[in-house]
Design a protein around this ligand. Structure first.
Ligand code: GLC
Length: 799
């Protein structure tokens, strides 16, 4: 509906009559749980650690259901050590890091640290309630509280003041600030009150809503249209710690194949075979690095998944083999809809095996998607996930290297854009309607795909890309943000969207570079490629019927700049890979809002047009046309312009030069940054000498950097087959000491040498000692000292 009538339909009812859990009747402890009985319901506080408390409610005196959605994978957390003190009006609970007060006269929870500072509390007037199928929590809203997370949402970094819905939706309309929901549902929120932060993960897969201060200045609330009220209160020493705790519960991104960090080129659709080969040829001819080509729906025979159009792609194996010789990996799209065609073996198998979604009376759900009438696999069944996963063998046998899961909200061409909510999913016997499983559909398809790829090739890391997902999707898949447009405002919107996805556990994310639909232009594509080179997932993709937007599409002037930035991506690749490893270990994002690194600096709290890559690189993309400079906020400390080497004092805004060929990039003083030579594709050649850039500053006496490296493709890293080297320096008393420690040494390095570049050396060097022996083999020029040493060297001294 596109007329004004929609305004009436969208009006939002706040006045439901809720049964509020208020009057306390009693409590008892059961191992790591506190069971509370109240007049209108029961509540269990389940302690998972001293920082993580799960709150689950049941209606009236129903048993509290402690099952979880598949987002939660950490089931062995349990903390029994909490104490309970029963006071006249309150129960006082203590863990090793929290004090929790439970108000008895009118139920509400308050969370304090052990010094007695309030971290967060429920809204004291009404805190938990239910009405029919709806369950809801109300929370006190701090006067200056900010909100982050919620995954893939439009708008600025701080999510306060708006209402958001979680219901995976194929939204082709232009994504504007009011466009909500989009494809992903990540009901994880970070509440930030300077110094007092917490996370809330609402583990409910039904359609859920978060009103973050739109309808009240006193409280915010979240609720669901079904299922149970089941949330995790997550404490932590700061936002980083909260993300670690959240990703401990919902899982982290395993390391993807290193090539998937390279540049990807896509189009709806490259076909026939000759066009694919031509695109690949152009990349090599024009000296523009590229690792991956994506094949969109036209590679298939009548959009039937796991088939090839034999006219257009007569010899897929040969084609993929030829491309592989040139370093190209091919990713093919897979949609969940299976064409209803009795001649089609996948359809036959699905019917015979009882693999498709049905109504309760056994009638199949049939929806229209690209191939026409389709049936949809019921991914809630383990058997179906296995079947689907194994089907990928057909593609992998031909040489396909990764799978792109699209239309998996699931998207259907009808008024609701999705499957009928009355469809009943099997869920291995624990049946439920599509209301419950809709938001999980993409996650479970992701699981099926990831596991299928891994079964096929147990020692090769799968690459899966998805549009839809739920909390936990990071375990299986990279995520791209769907059908954006070639509009400047969509370039701008990408930055806070990706930053919040990163804060929500999804590190491997990106937007379609250049914009998917509508027509791009040279300047827009150039600026978007500049941003893209620091997006964790870097793919240029473009819709059918729009003008071409390959890097060379708009003439040589743009091509030159685009080439420069794609090459730069490869220069930064080792560092990016290092950050992926950090993310695998801790859940921390690669692309970070500044608040993550500077939580005491108010300027960062809603800074939506700059980001950090790890903790040392600050990036300020240009997202408006005709700009040759832009304002950049530099937080405290000293910063180096990556391009000119000029240094700036932080704690202020500066105007940075940003002509078309320059995206402002700043390196934090003290940082150590490895840069690799650019290549046509990842690991094309051995690195002969690893360049280490040390951004010295007299203000930073010492710093260190840990570099992680492995084979980039296998799972051997999970058995400890990797290297970690620690580079550190100490800069004092007219002397600089640089040390290299091989902390873990279980993987054969490519290179034999380091080229170390000490930048901005304040002392004029007289003597350079390498492992105690004087060396003359160094170059000093204008405060920069360059020296090449073997990888076994452990100490360099400069005096
Ligand atoms: C959807 C996807 C888009 C893809 C198209 C055709 O719109 O979001 O990326 O190109 O379908 O498969």
């Amino acid at each position: 509906m596109n007329s004004s009538e929609i305004i009436d339909r969208e009006s939002f009812d706040q006045n439901n009559n809720y049964f509020i859990l208020s009057e306390y009747l009693g409590h008892h402890k059961e191992e790591n749980k506190l069971v509370l009985r109240l007049v209108e319901g029961r509540i269990i506080l389940e302690f998972l650690s001293s920082d993580i408390v799960r709150v689950v409610m049941s209606k009236r005196d129903n048993q509290v259901d402690l099952s979880s959605t598949p987002a939660i994978i950490k089931h062995d957390l349990s903390y029994n050590n909490f104490t309970i003190e029963d006071k006249a009006e309150k129960l006082e609970l203590r863990t090793d890091s929290l004090k929790i007060l439970i108000n008895k006269t009118k139920f509400f929870l308050s969370f304090y640290d052990l010094e007695g500072n309030l971290i967060h509390q429920d809204y004291s007037d009404h805190s938990l309630g239910w009405s029919g199928d709806e369950v809801r929590a109300w929370k006190e809203l701090g006067a200056k509280e900010r909100f982050y997370g919620l995954g893939e949402k439009t708008g600025y970094l701080d999510k306060r003041g708006r209402k958001y819905t979680m219901w995976n939706t194929d939204t082709f309309n232009p994504h504007v600030p009011s466009t909500d929901p989009l494809y992903q549902s990540i009901p994880f929120l970070i509440g930030f009150n300077q110094g007092r932060n917490y996370g809330i993960y609402f583990d409910n897969s039904y359609k859920t809503h978060f009103d973050l201060g739109l309808n009240s200045e006193k409280y915010y609330s979240f609720w669901s249209e079904g299922g149970k009220l089941d949330y995790y209160f997550i404490n932590g020493t700061g936002i980083k710690d909260i993300i670690k705790n959240y990703t401990d519960l919902t899982g982290r991104m395993p390391l993807p194949p290193k090539w998937s960090l390279g540049y990807h080129q896509s189009r709806y659709s490259y076909h026939p075979e000759e066009e694919v080969k031509e695109i690949a040829k152009q990349f090599r001819k024009k000296d523009i690095p590229c690792d991956v080509i994506h094949l969109d729906i036209h590679y298939m025979d009548k959009y039937k998944v796991f088939t090839w159009d034999e006219q257009k792609f007569p010899q897929p194996k040969q084609m993929l083999n030829d491309l592989a010789e040139d370093g190209f990996k091919v990713v093919t799209i897979i949609d969940p809809g299976v064409k209803k065609d009795p001649r089609y073996d996948l359809y036959q198998e699905g019917i015979k095996g009882d693999y498709f979604c049905k109504y309760l009376d056994g009638e199949y759900y049939i929806g229209k998607v690209w191939p026409g009438e389709c049936l949809l696999p019921d991914f809630t069944k383990a058997e179906v996930r296995r079947w689907w996963g194994d089907k990928h063998q057909l593609l992998l046998d031909k040489g396909v290297k990764g799978i792109w899961n699209d239309m998996n909200e699931p998207a259907i061409f009808n008024d609701s854009s999705t499957m009928d909510i009355e469809v009943v999913h099997d869920n291995d016997g624990d049946l439920g309607t599509h209301r419950r499983f809709h938001n999980l559909y993409g996650l479970l398809e992701g699981q099926a795909t990831y596991e299928g790829l891994k079964r096929y090739n147990p020692n090769e890391r799968p690459f899966v890309l998805t549009r839809a997902g739920f909390s936990g999707i990071q375990r299986y898949s990279a995520v791209w943000t769907g059908d954006n447009r070639s509009f400047w405002i969509h370039l701008e919107m990408a930055i806070p969207m990706l930053m919040n996805m990163g804060l929500s556990g999804i590190s491997f994310c990106g937007t379609d570079v250049g914009g998917f639909s509508d027509n791009s232009d040279g300047e827009l594509l150039t600026r978007w490629t500049q941003l893209g080179m620091f997006m964790p997932f870097f793919r240029n993709h473009c819709a059918i019927n729009n003008i071409n937007q390959e890097p060379w599409a708009f003439g040589e002037d743009y091509e030159k700049v685009i080439r420069k930035y794609i090459k730069l991506r490869y220069r930064f690749l080792l560092h990016l890979y290092n950050l992926f490893y950090e993310s695998y270990q801790s859940g921390l994002p690669v692309m970070r809002p500044l608040i993550l690194e500077y939580p005491d600096d108010e300027q960062t709290y809603n800074l939506s047009d700059q980001f950090m890559v790890g903790d040392s690189i600050l990036v300020a993309p240009v997202y408006q046309p005709d700009r040759s400079e832009r304002m950049v906020y530099l937080p405290e400390g000293e910063w180096y312009d990556f391009w000119t080497g000029n240094s700036y004092d932080g704690g202020k805004n500066i105007i940075a030069k940003a002509p078309l060929e320059t995206m402002p990039i700043f390196i934090k003083a003290g940082s150590i940054l490895p840069l690799a030579p650019s290549m046509n594709y990842v690991d094309e050649e051995q690195i002969e000498e690893l360049e280490l850039n040390i951004y010295l500053s007299t203000d930073v006496r010492e710093d260190n950097y840990r570099l992680y490296e492995d084979d980039g493709i296998s799972f051997a890293y999970q058995q400890g087959k990797y290297n970690v080297r620690d580079f550190s320096y100490l800069y004092e008393g007219g002397k600089l000491e640089f040390r290299i420690y091989n902390l873990i040494d279980n993987h054969q390095l490519d290179y034999n040498n380091y080229l170390i570049k000490f930048k901005n050396l304040a002392l004029e060097p007289n003597v350079v000692m390498i492992d105690g022996i004087k060396s003359d083999d160094w170059e000093y020029n204008n405060c920069d000292l360059k020296i090449s040493v073997g990888v076994n060297v452990s100490k360099i001294e400069i005096r």
